[in-house]
Design a protein around this ligand. Sequence first.
Ligand SMILES: *[C@@H]1O[C@H](CO)[C@@H](O)[C@H](O)[C@H]1NC(C)=O
Ligand SMILES: *[C@@H]1O[C@H](CO)[C@@H](O)[C@H](O)[C@H]1NC(C)=O
Length: 141
Amino acid sequence: MPLAEGQLLGGILGPLFGLLRIQGIVYCTPNGNIGVNGTATPAFPNALVQLRCGGTVISTATTNGSGVFSILLDPLNFILSTLLSGCRLAVNTPLASCNAALPSVGGLVSNLQFIGNTFAGLLNVGNLIPSGFLFNASVNN
Ligand SMILES: *[C@@H]1O[C@H](CO)[C@@H](O)[C@H](O)[C@H]1NC(C)=O
Ligand SMILES: *[C@@H]1O[C@H](CO)[C@@H](O)[C@H](O)[C@H]1NC(C)=O
């Protein structure tokens, strides 16, 4: 179906298909966030990122060579307000695996932040990002 037709239908019928997308970048720094050197900050590749809600692992993703991860969720099963209030991201892979000078125990945690919807035809994507990682020594427990 051409995009314009899809947009028209979507406008009349409301969003027929939806998706929630959590996407972010994990950096190889003591707190997982971008450092003073900006885009020259080394990324954290092959890091296991978990979406945890109330202590339960709901979904996982692995960062690619640029530290980028992406988790897609069906909004029929997840309510945005619950994701924002009751879920967080946890990076279990020790920071030492990207830089031996960083801790070999613990990991990173971040709450989620909603940054808006993007539309592609009938697909309505709700975009979330990590609000900011923090080092957490007991993330593996
Ligand atoms: C920033 O870049 C400089 C020059 O390459 C380097 O010496 C320094 O260690 C870097 N700082 C951080 C926090 O990565
Ligand atoms: C990682 O994923 C991002 C987003 O899809 C992409 O832009 C980037 O090129 C990827 N990096 C590598 C090294 O594959």
